[in-house]
Each structure stands twice: as structure tokens, then as C-alpha cells.
Design a protein around this ligand. Structure first.
Ligand SMILES: NC(=O)c1ccc[n+]([C@@H]2O[C@H](COP(=O)([O-])OP(=O)(O)OC[C@H]3O[C@@H](n4cnc5c(N)ncnc54)[C@H](OP(=O)(O)O)[C@@H]3O)[C@@H](O)[C@H]2O)c1
Length: 261
């Protein structure tokens, strides 16, 4: 019998996160649900178990805005890892900082993705060919490399969010170059427009179901047609030209800053 493939999904109890976990469980992946709140994690776990009979799920309580918690997860993680889906995100209306003093939206949405890719490089490489999917957005822009944490600019959660999603797309290009596609592929995507805590905080709704929102991330994580494709940006299962992928200098500088934390 072939061993079940394993996927980690961050923000697994969120609207799109549940859809991604469900889609992966339906494809027979064991899913490690990375959540920061045990109650919300258990509720999501129950929903997925009800929807997918025989789903194999594991819960890990981790705050992805904190590097030590990600390192601790990687330290206790045992067994194979085929897929990492970076999906957790926040958009607090007021500027806040993590206990380490990093602006929360940048720490969660950007550094959290980087720290997860760094922490699980070894496990993913061991299961090659492995895949990383970075859930980003078409709603992206406003990057200021001299003020990533809104120390000089007035904080606005929409601007901070757009910046974070631009960073996800640029860092996807940078991390994809680290590994040959036969080892680990790294792609970014716009999921779908789904009503969620996040979309509410940003002041918009969402006309798609969580399942529709999860479709492109799950497809990127599992579909044979995208095996070996790396460093690209997708929406609606289609590769899109990414305006942020061309600025080599900015990508290099962003990577250097993120790796200095
Ligand atoms: N919804 C849309 O229309 C839309 C459109 C484009 C892109 N996206 C992207 O899709 C992804 C999922 O968004 P969503 O709409 O599903 O939002 P959501 O329902 O608000 O889910 C966000 C998830 O991230 C988790 N999270 C936040 N901070 C965390 C932390 N420090 N540590 C661990 N987990 C943390 C949340 O946990 P808690 O429940 O504990 O807060 C929640 O599970 C995001 O990357 C977002 O940028 C969404």
C-alpha cells in the first residue's frame, strides 16, 4: 500500500483554509491543520470530518507570526511532508505588534510564510518532488521597502494587506529559485473571493464559496498538470503574468530583509 501524502495548511480553520483542508482530505492527503486557537481548530476539524469520511487530520496550535513557534513545530514534526500551503493572514484595523515587536500584519502574512518555508525545507526536500503554495491575492501593491512595518506611513489595514500580498508574490519568485523543480516547487495564487473574517476586516464581502476559493490552491498543491512548474502566479487555475515578478532588485532586497529576522 502506498503511504498517504501529508500536507500542512496554515490558517486551517479560516474560510478558505477549511476549503483547502477539505479538498486535500478528499484527495486522500493527511492534513496537518496549523491554527492558533484550539477551539476554532477543533470546530474546523469536526466540519471536515463530517464532510470527508475517513479524513485523516492533525491539529497543531501555532502562532505563525512568531518565529519560535514555527521552529518548535518543525522540531516536533515527524514523518513525511509533501505539501505546504501558506494561507494564514490577518488585517487588523489598528496597527499592532507581536510580542517580538514586529508589526502584526507583516509578521503574519509575510514573515510567517517565509519562516514556514525555511523551517520545512528539509522535510519537503526529503519527500521530493514536493510543493509549496503561497496563497496571495490579486489585491496587491503599495510596497514600501523602507517602511514595511508602517513606522513612517500612517497605518491602514488595506494598504498593509496589499503590501503583504505583493510580498507573497515576490517571495514566491525568490524561494522558487532555491530548489530545482524536481525537489520543491513554489507557486503563488489568488484563491477566490470568499466572505471571511479577513474580507470583513478589509470591508468587502465575497461571492464565492469556500470550496471555490480553495480550488486553485488545492489544484496547485496536487494536480499532475502543474508538476515541475515553479515561481509562477495563478488565478482561476490559470497562470497569470505577475507585474511584481520582474523587479529583481526589489525581490532581492525584500528577501534579504525577511531573512534578517
Ligand atoms: N477571502 C478572500 O476573498 C480572499 C481573497 C484573496 C486572497 N485571500 C487570501 O486567502 C487566505 C485565507 O483568507 P480567508 O479569507 O480564508 O481569511 P480568514 O477566514 O480570516 O482566515 C484566516 C486564517 O488565518 C489564521 N491566522 C491569522 N493569524 C494567524 C496566526 N498568527 N497564526 C496562525 N493562524 C493565523 C486565522 O486564525 P483565527 O481564526 O484564529 O484568526 C484563520 O484561520 C489569506 O492568505 C488571504 O490573503 C482571501
Amino acid at each position: 500500500m502506498t503511504e498517504r501524502r501529508v500536507a500542512i495548511v496554515t490558517g486551517a480553520n479560516g474560510a478558505i483554509g477549511v476549503g483547502i483542508c477539505q479538498g486535500l482530505a478528499e484527495r486522500n492527503y493527511e492534513v496537518v491543520m496549523v491554527c492558533r486557537n484550539a477551539g476554532r481548530a477543533r470546530q474546523a476539524d469536526g466540519e471536515i470530518e463530517k464532510a470527508v469520511s475517513g479524513a485523516r487530520l492533525r491539529i497543531e496550535i501555532v502562532d505563525v507570526s512568531r518565529k519560535q513557534e514555527i521552529a518548535a513545530l518543525a522540531g516536533r514534526f515527524a514523518g513525511r511532508l509533501d505539501v505546504l500551503v501558506n494561507n494564514a493572514a490577518v488585517a487588523p484595523r489598528r496597527r499592532t505588534e507581536t510580542p517580538e515587536g514586529i508589526e502584526t500584519e507583516f509578521a503574519t502574512n509575510v514573515l510567517g510564510y517565509v519562516w514556514m518555508m525555511q523551517a520545512f525545507e528539509k522535510a519537503l526536500s526529503a519527500a521530493a518532488p514536493a510543493r509549496i503554495v503561497n496563497v496571495a491575492s490579486y489585491w496587491a501593491g503599495d510596497l514600501d521597502l523602507d517602511d514595511l512595518e508602517f513606522k513612517r506611513r500612517d497605518y491602514n489595514n488595506d494598504t498593509a494587506y496589499r503590501q503583504s500580498k505583493q510580498c507573497n508574490r515576490m517571495l514566491t519568485v525568490a524561494f522558487a529559485r532555491r530548489w530545482p523543480p524536481s525537489q520543491i516547487t513554489v507557486n503563488a495564487c489568488h484563491p477566490g473571493d470568499v466572505h471571511s473574517t479577513l474580507s470583513h476586516a478589509l470591508g468587502y464581502g465575497g461571492h464565492e464559496s469556500p470550496e471555490q476559493g480553495a480550488d486553485t490552491p488545492v489544484w496547485l498543491a496536487t494536480d499532475p498538470s502543474v508538476a515541475g512548474v515553479t515561481g509562477k502566479y495563478f488565478a482561476g487555475r490559470r497562470q497569470q503574468a505577475c507585474q511584481f515578478a520582474k523587479d529583481e532588485q526589489a525581490i532581492a532586497r525584500l528577501l534579504e530583509i525577511c531573512e534578517s529576522w
